[in-house]
Write a protein that binds this ligand. Structure first.
Ligand code: SF4
Ligand code: SF4
Length: 375
C-alpha cells in the first residue's frame, strides 16, 4: 500500500498504488434539483453501449429515487453498514476509507451483489414510504421527501475497481482520467465488481468479462459531451475538466462550481475514491441524510444554491447546463449573458440570464385562426 493525498477527505490515505493524477481529469456536475427521473439518460446509454447479449441487466447510467431506490439492491447500505462509523472532524474524515478498512489479504473492503440484486432497477421509484416489492417493506418512517439520484461511473481518482484487479486489466487514461477495462486482458474474476462501492462495473456472463461506463470516450476525444449528458431532458448535467483544488481556475466551470463556490459535492467521499461526478444536493431533503451521502459541505452548498437567483454568476453558469453538446472548458458572464468558451476563448454558445417571454395574440390574423393554447 502507498500513501496518497485525497483532497475530498482532507488527508492522505492508503491506496494500492502511489498518487498518479492524469494530465487532466474528466469530471461532471449534476444538479439534482432539476432531475425529473425521465430515464432518458438511462436509455441513451442503453441504446448506445449496452444493447448486446449478456448486457441485459447492465445500466451504466441509472437513476434511482433516494432514499429507498438503489441499483443493484442495497448497493450503498450494504457497504456503509460494513464500514461502520463515518465521522468527520470538520473537513477531515476521521473514519476509515474502504482501502483502509480492507481485511488482511484484501485490497479493498467490498461485497459482490447476487444475480437477484440486479433484477429490480426501479425499486423504490417515486416512493417515500419504504415499500419495496410484493409487500416487502423497509422498516423506515414515512417521509415527506425523496429525490432522484442519477449515477454513472465516477471515473475516480483512486478507483477501487482498478486497485482490486489482479490482472491489471483496468487502467486510468493519463490524457483524460477515464477508467476503462481492457477486454482482452480481463478474465472475469469479478474482483472489480466486488470492489467498486458504487457498483458501476458489471459482469457479462456471455463474454466472461467485466464491462463498465466508458464516459463515451470516442465523443470526449472529439470534444463532445457523453450521450447521457446531451440527451438529458432536465438539463442537469455539465461535463468538463476538473483541476486539483490548488490549481482551480474561476473561468473553468467545473472548478468554479466544485472548488470555488463549493456548491457541487462528491458522492460518498468518505469511501476514499475521490469520485469525479459532483452533485448539487437537493434543497428539500434533510441535511442529516444528505451529509452522509455528500459529506460535510452540504449545508453550505445548499445555502449558496438557494441564493442563486441573486447571484448572476452562479445562475448564469447553471444556465449553461444542457445548452451545448460540446464539452465546456471555459466560461464567462457579461452583463445579462453567459457564454460557454473553448480552450482558446472562442465562443461555443451564449445564453441569456433570463429567458425572454413572448405573449402571443389569441387571434392569429395571418392564419385567421384562434389559438387554443393561450387565453
Ligand atoms: S465508480 Fe467504480 S467502476 Fe467507476 S472508476 Fe470508480 S471504482 Fe471504478
Ligand atoms: S435524462 Fe436528465 S432529467 Fe431525465 S432522468 Fe436522466 S438525469 Fe434526470
Amino acid at each position: 500500500m502507498a500513501l496518497a493525498y485525497n483532497w475530498q477527505i482532507g488527508r492522505s490515505m492508503s491506496y494500492w498504488y502511489p498518487e498518479n493524477r492524469p494530465k487532466r481529469q474528466f469530471a461532471a456536475v449534476f444538479d439534482i434539483n432539476k432531475c425529473i427521473a425521465c430515464q432518458t439518460c438511462t436509455l441513451a446509454c442503453k441504446t448506445t453501449w449496452t444493447s448486446g447479449k449478456g448486457q441485459e441487466y447492465m445500466l451504466w447510467n441509472n437513476v434511482e429515487s433516494k432514499p429507498f431506490g438503489c441499483y443493484p439492491l442495497a448497493w450503498d447500505l450494504n457497504l456503509l453498514q460494513q464500514l461502520g462509523a463515518q465521522q468527520w472532524r470538520g473537513k477531515e474524515y476521521a473514519g476509515r476509507t474502504i482501502f483502509e478498512a480492507a481485511e488482511a489479504g484484501e485490497r479493498v473492503l467490498g461485497w459482490r451483489p447476487a444475480d437477484l440484486d440486479y433484477a429490480y432497477p426501479n425499486v423504490g421509484e417515486d416512493d417515500c414510504t419504504g415499500r419495496v416489492d410484493r409487500g416487502a417493506a423497509l422498516r423506515a418512517p414515512h417521509l415527506n421527501w425523496f429525490f432522484y439520484l442519477a449515477r454513472i461511473c465516477n471515473h475516480c481518482t483512486y478507483p477501487a475497481c482498478l486497485a482490486s484487479c489482479p490482472r491489471g486489466s483496468i487502467y486510468k487514461r493519463p490524457e483524460d482520467g477515464i477508467v476503462l477495462v481492457d477486454q482482452s486482458r480481463c478474465r472475469g474474476y469479478r474482483e472489480c465488481v466486488k470492489a467498486c462501492p458504487y457498483k458501476k462495473v458489471f459482469y457479462n456472463a456471455l463474454t466472461g468479462t467485466s464491462e463498465k461506463c466508458i464516459a463515451c470516450f470516442p465523443k470526449i476525444e472529439q470534444g463532445l459531451q457523453p450521450q447521457c449528458f446531451v440527451n438529458c431532458i432536465g438539463k442537469i448535467r455539465l461535463a468538463g475538466w476538473l483541476s486539483p483544488p490548488e490549481r482551480a481556475r474561476a473561468d473553468n466551470p467545473l472548478d468554479y462550481l466544485v472548488h470555488i463556490r463549493k456548491v457541487a459535492l462528491p458522492l460518498l467521499p468518505q469511501l476514499g475514491l475521490e469520485p469525479n461526478v459532483y452533485y448539487i444536493p437537493p434543497v428539500h431533503a434533510p441535511d442529516e441524510f444528505l451529509s452522509q451521502l455528500f459529506g460535510p459541505g452540504v449545508p453550505a452548498a445548499i445555502c449558496t444554491y438557494r441564493k442563486g437567483p441573486d447571484d448572476p454568476d452562479l445562475a448564469g453558469l447553471l444556465g449553461l447546463f444542457g445548452s451545448t453538446d460540446r464539452v465546456v472548458p471555459r466560461w464567462r458572464r457579461e452583463d445579462d449573458w453567459v457564454a460557454a468558451l473553448d480552450e482558446d476563448g472562442s465562443q461555443i454558445v451564449r445564453v441569456p440570464l433570463k429567458e425572454p417571454v413572448y405573449i402571443r395574440e389569441a387571434f392569429d390574423a395571418q392564419h385567421q385562426v384562434t389559438r387554443t393554447n393561450c387565453p
